[in-house]
Design a protein around this ligand. Structure first.
Ligand code: HXC
Length: 510
């Protein structure tokens, strides 16, 4: 018996070495941790249970029958994060460059199936060279199986991808169908085809970083939701994110004890809005002052910065915050901002996370650039997402709510549950200047007359009361009371039930 136990330990030790000491050293030299080191950091200490450690590939082409490494380039299993179950797979770059074979794919689909069946989040750590070239179509089939499960799990359990090294070819589409993608700066890149193929096909010369590094995907393409300095920071932030999320669409997000009083009054918010309506202010100050302990996990902070989205808590419960940011492009809604916020709203609605929306929006961004880029359909995505959402929706208009953007930003008309306005709110079809110039076109040559018309429009419409008179605004509140007013509203809405007409699925303007 001792012999058998020893054999088991030896086989385990061999599997844990992956591609061997030399390749592990090379991985470290590049500033990357190994798959198992990453898992140890991500999960609660000692909670990891590995599956399929002895799985090997079955390929016999290109001499592969002589090159077998237990585990076959991916470490899979489950463990806990702050006591809650998560499933995971981590590509092992030291084994065939983490490339995906038929058996490697089967290991991943096994944990995907378990996550879906047992209703827990699944996290993928990527560091790999795509399809196992020696396996050909068997690898392609494997990818297809993984992709299918990504789609079936979408909206049922949270799916998170962390890109920690190369992620190319077939490897990119699984992350693309998960809820969030995070990257590690300077060490990770994602693209469908690499710099060599790009050079051959388009004669363009680019580096991997220029083509698909974290800087590109967090600022230009919006493929990635955030980037971190190194593996350690990325993994610790994933632990923080998981704490905000429910395990599935039938579970509630964990309620964390908060030492922040629900009644906290913030007198400084009374002076957040500058006297000059064209002067910006930082909407994140409002989010930080409303959220428990100022804790805010921002999503896509470097992309479409004219809108801010992310998770916080009020009275210990997870909230999705969406806020126009007057500091960037005056908080205007453009295609990028609309897409970014729409995706976030839909995530929250899938997982029953209430929405709190802060509105200060001068309208949609005019211009050929936006119109040619499909602003109508992109803007409609946000409108659609808010309108179909059945989670509790609390809206606070802090300043401008002009035009179509007023309707879009969780207004009463698209089933906002509780709609507040600060006394500084201006709810109108458009800004006073634009309105006066259209209404009194014949006076355009006379600056004084136009100034008079602008003042007249401001006096009549630049306030929350006309909307409040119609019941579009439930109450005009003092800025200092925003936190406890929202908290009360969310408590009142705790048992909200609302459903949409039966349908196979909707047809959001993609
Ligand atoms: C088999 C692979 C591999 C692959 C890397 N390796 N990629 N083995 N299949 N796809 C192996 C290498 O042979 C090497 O083995 C080890 O992994 C490390 O690779 P290096 O090239 O030495 O590392 P590095 O210089 O860091 O370059 C990493 C890399 C590069 C950029 C990922 O390896 C690369 O370009 N790989 C090929 C990428 C690719 O074209 N994949 C196929 C995409 S097509 P040894 O034994 O020397 O350590 C695809 C289609 C699927 O995915 C579509 C489905 C929809």
């Amino acid at each position: 018996m001792d012999d058998i136990l020893q054999q088991l330990e030896e086989r385990r030790a061999e599997a844990r070495l992956g591609g061997g000491k030399q390749r592990i050293a090379a991985q470290h030299k590049r500033g990357k941790l190994t798959a198992r080191e990453r898992i140890d950091l991500l999960l609660d200490e000692g909670s990891f249970e590995e599956f399929d450690m002895f799985v090997e590939h079955r390929c016999s082409d290109f001499g592969m029958e002589k090159a077998k490494i237990p585990g076959d380039g991916v470490v899979t299993g489950w463990g806990t994060i702050n006591g809650r179950v998560v499933y995971l797979f981590a590509k092992d770059f030291t084994v065939f460059g983490g490339s995906l074979s038929e058996t490697h794919a089967a290991k991943i689909t096994k944990v995907q199936d378990m996550a879906l069946r047992n209703r827990a989040p699944i996290i993928g750590l990527f560091d790999a060279g795509g399809a196992r070239i020696q396996e050909g179509v068997a690898a392609l089939g494997g990818y297809g199986e993984v992709f299918l499960r990504n789609v079936l799990a979408s909206g049922v359990v949270p799916q998170i991808s962390v890109i920690m090294g190369p992620c190319a070819g077939g490897d990119v589409y699984s992350p693309a169908m998960t809820d969030f993608i995070f990257m590690v700066k300077d060490r990770s890149y994602m693209f469908v085809t690499g710099p060599d193929v790009v050079k051959t096909v388009t004669n363009e010369t680019v580096t991997a970083e220029q083509l698909g590094g974290a800087s590109v995907h967090t600022t230009k393409s919006s493929i990635a939701d955030r980037a971190y300095e190194n593996d350690v920071e990325a993994l610790l932030q994933m632990r923080r994110l998981i704490d905000f999320l429910p395990s599935s669409n039938t579970d509630e997000a964990p309620e964390l004890p908060s030492f922040d009083s629900p009644d906290r009054v913030e007198p400084s918010l009374d002076t957040l809005i500058p006297a000059n309506p064209n002067q910006p202010y930082d909407i994140k100050e409002l989010i930080h002052k409303v959220a428990d302990e100022g804790d805010f996990f921002e999503i896509q902070e470097s992309f479409a910065r004219n809108i801010v989205v992310g998770f916080g808590r009020i009275e210990g419960r997870t909230i999705g915050f969406i806020a126009n940011q007057p500091m960037v492009l005056a908080g205007v809604l453009d295609s990028d901002a609309s897409r970014k916020a729409a995706r976030f709203v839909r995530f929250c609605d899938c997982f029953d996370i209430p929405l709190v929306t802060f509105v200060d929006v001068p309208g949609f961004l005019p211009g050929t650039d936006q119109e040619y880029g499909g602003l109508i359909k992109h803007g409609a995505k946000l409108l659609f997402a808010y309108a179909e959402a059945t989670v509790p929706k609390v809206t606070v208009i802090t300043r401008k709510a002009y035009g179509g953007a007023y309707d879009v930003m969780s207004s009463k008309h698209i089933r906002g549950d509780v709609n507040y306005a600060w006394p500084s709110a201006e709810i109108a079809v458009m800004g006073p200047k634009g309105a006066a110039e259209i209404l009194y076109r014949s006076d355009l040559g006379d600056k004084e007359k136009i100034a008079g018309h602008i003042r007249e429009y401001e006096d009549r419409f630049a306030n929350p009361f006309i909307a409040a008179e119609r019941g579009y605004i439930d109450e005009v509140i003092l800025p200092r009371n925003t936190r406890w007013r929202i908290g009360r509203a969310l408590n009142m809405l705790k048992k909200k039930t609302q459903s949409n007409p039966w349908k196979k699925h909707d047809n959001i303007p993609l």
